[in-house]
Write a protein that binds this ligand. Structure first.
Ligand code: ARG
Length: 461
């Protein structure tokens, strides 16, 4: 078609059916600011190589500035006939700079190297936003840990009572995966820090433009070593989608526990009114919708990553139009996380913990049986025997409806003379927790060190 980026060799315009399928302006408009930034850098590279006079460059840059403002204000929008953001913005540039100057910008670049660069710019910016939001969430969890240094809860394996742990230790166990996600984003950025601009359609340019000039101006340390790879690769997008999915999975595991803790049966937490929802029929209800949405959105984030990899699988080099399918899923992952994370942080920051309830349940379910066995080991009993004796004690207590500390001295001695009354020193939750004082353990002193290490790690991130 007339005025499009590629109409000349065609006898007529595109069919309406093709145009409807091909069009991407409804989602790639998100990249308009990056497209214009790329155009500024490309104009300078053209001028440096002698294809634009200083006056033409000034005219071009002034028109791009005007276009930038008009896009921001909404005065310039995609037209029905624009295929994608690149074509629309060239039209906008020509409307502002005239065809004589505006028509020179497209030399030495292709939408293929443009789009590969712009999606990186978009993702790098949003990786920064998501990293800030992750830090805010980590801070909120760590603050709750800091505010409850002595509270205990029943630590679980298989969702069954296992051993008592500090609430702070458990909360920090939700922080570390998020800290690793933060590290993943930083590590991802090392690979994203490469600009494909200058790769052209696939083979590079004949015009002697300097890709590094463009790369540096757009905030990249390097430009692509291989123009085919530069235009064809999307692993950087897929990897971002994976990190987003992993963040979703990490949130969903904490979310699931908050949902459980908030039930009447657990009674461990109360959600703040501002971060919970009601029921349209049941007046008494207060629901953990933020946690449920976070858990649900993890599925969507995983779907985006899976869909992207599926699109990429088996694609021949170099550019194929299939690659246009990278944007909607990864944009969705960005928007999803940027909406979920602040809500999740608010929910966590305002959680009220019922530490009495947790403390009441912590010793139940014979959760101190391991402490008995390890106490016996300290008396030089082989662990195999110690495990059996402690198991016998549990069976006796269970059969007689007792907790371990309720078994009296005579009953202990009847089970085994090795079970002297001194074993009681380890039959308290506080004693149990305090004695797990190896590195990484749940003893209060170790957890305080852990909190300091975590804070330090995040500060350096
Ligand atoms: N809109 C395309 C994309 O998102 C970029 C344009 C490349 N189009 C083309 N026919 N080579 O990947």
């Amino acid at each position: 078609g007339e005025g499009s980026l590629w109409g000349a060799r065609f006898a007529g315009g595109p069919s309406p059916e093709l145009a409807a399928l091909s069009k991407s302006t409804h989602f790639d408009w998100e990249l308009a600011v990056y497209d214009i930034a790329g155009s500024r850098a490309h104009a300078r590279a053209l001028a440096a190589a002698g294809y634009l006079s200083p006056e033409e460059l000034d005219g071009m840059l002034a028109a791009l500035d005007k276009l930038d403002r008009d896009v921001a204000s909404g005065a310039f929008v995609a037209a029905e006939t624009d295929e994608d953001v690149h074509g629309a913005l060239e039209r906008g540039l020509i409307e502002r700079a005239g065809a004589e100057i505006g028509g020179k910008l497209r030399a030495g670049r292709s939408r293929n190297d443009q789009i590969a660069t712009l999606v990186r710019m978009y993702l790098r910016d949003h990786a920064g936003v998501i990293a800030e939001q992750l830090i805010a969430l980590i801070d909120a969890i760590a603050s709750q840990a800091d505010a409850h240094p002595a509270a205990v809860l029943p630590g679980r394996t298989h969702l069954q009572h296992a051993q008592p742990v500090l609430l702070a230790h458990h909360l920090l166990a939700h922080c570390w995966p998020l800290v690793r996600d933060l590290d993943r984003l930083a590590d991802w950025d090392r690979r994203a820090d490469v600009s494909p601009y200058g790769s052209g359609a696939l083979a590079g340019s004949t015009l002697g433009l300097d890709p590094l000039l463009v790369a540096r101006e757009l905030g990249f340390a390097r430009s692509s070593e291989n123009s085919i790879d530069g235009t064809a690769a999307r692993d950087v997008v897929a990897e971002f989608a994976f990190v987003a999915a992993q963040i979703g999975v990490d949130l969903s595991r904490f979310a699931e526990e908050i949902i459980l803790w908030n039930t009447r049966e657990f009674g461990f937490v109360t959600l703040d009114d501002a971060y919970s929802t009601g029921s349209s029929i049941m007046p008494q209800k207060k629901n953990p919708d933020i946690a449920e949405l976070a858990r649900g959105k993890a599925g969507r984030l995983i779907g985006n990553a899976t869909g992207l990899l599926t699109t990429l699988k088996g694609l021949p080099l170099a550019y194929n139009r299939d690659l246009q399918e990278d944007k909607e899923p990864v944009f969705d992952s960005v928007r999803t996380l940027e909406t979920v994370l602040p809500a999740f942080t608010g929910m966590v920051a305002t959680l009220r913990f019922h530490t009495d309830r947790m403390a009441e349940l912590a010793p139940q379910g014979f959760s101190l049986a391991t402490d008995v066995a390890e106490w016996l080991v300290k008396q030089h009993v082989p662990f195999r025997t110690a495990h059996e004796l402690s198991g016998s004690l549990v069976r006796f207590a269970e059969e007689n409806g007792l907790e371990l500390h309720e078994v009296d001295d005579e009953q202990l001695a009847a089970i085994s003379p090795l079970l002297t009354p001194e074993v009681r020193t380890v039959l308290s939750v506080e004693g149990s927790v305090a004695s797990r004082d190896g590195v990484g353990g749940t003893a209060p002193a170790r957890v305080a060190e852990q909190l300091a290490a975590l804070t330090d790690h995040v500060r350096k991130a």
